[in-house]
Design a protein around this ligand. Structure first.
Ligand code: IMP
Ligand code: MG
Length: 176
């Protein structure tokens, strides 16, 4: 049996590629002439950032921030901490946070508040997925890939206990 055979496919590799291309075009149009930095949220956004960055035809920089709120659990603890910080200041830069999924929104709320204290020119959010049914705090997502049902999803960077990040499609764990 191949990795992922036990999953229900939600978005194929082709569907994801088409949507990421559209999002990149929008981001490109909105950021011409601006000093743009993509801030990927580790580890889940590593695949999304690499695809997205290559489709944005603008000079930009890429940085990553490591956050943890989950441990090994699938429910957000609400307690967020920075496990690995940005390598460069973002003062006066236009920051685009690139995240795999906004679930309760608690992680994104913390990150927005934290990055805003560093005097960026602007902070926007690009999230591949959102589970609106679980949102506990209002999060403005300027660029959203897909709205997903309340299922635990994996693949394209997203994991379940560190497994499945390398799948090219997004699927739901059956029975989760
Ligand atoms: P939040 O703080 O509840 O919004 O959780 C955000 C983080 O939890 C995301 O960045 C993901 O890393 C993780 N997460 C939430 N839902 C899922 C899921 O369905 N699959 C995999 N990771 C998830
Ligand atoms: Mg994440």
């Amino acid at each position: 049996m191949k990795l992922g055979d036990e999953l229900e496919v939600l978005y194929t590799q082709q569907q994801i590629a088409a949507r990421v291309r559209e999002m990149a075009a929008e981001i490109e149009r909105d950021h011409r002439g601006k000093d743009l930095v993509l801030v990927g949220v580790l580890k889940g956004a590593f695949v999304f950032v690499s695809d997205l960055a290559r489709l944005i035809d603008l000079p930009l920089s890429v940085d990553f921030i490591g956050l943890s709120s989950y441990g090994e659990e699938t429910e957000s603890s609400g307690v967020v901490k920075i496990t690995s910080d940005l390598t460069r200041p973002i003062e006066a830069k236009h920051v685009l946070i690139v995240e795999d999924i906004v679930d309760t929104g608690l992680t994104m709320r913390y990150l927005l508040d934290n990055l805003s204290t560093r005097r960026p020119a602007s902070v926007k959010i690009c999230a591949l997925l959102q589970k609106p049914s679980r949102l506990r705090t209002r999060i403005p997502i300027q660029y959203l890939g897909f709205t997903v049902p309340d299922l635990f999803v994996v693949g394209y960077g997203l994991d379940s206990g560190e497994k499945y990040r390398n799948l090219p499609f997004i699927g739901a764990v059956k029975g989760a």
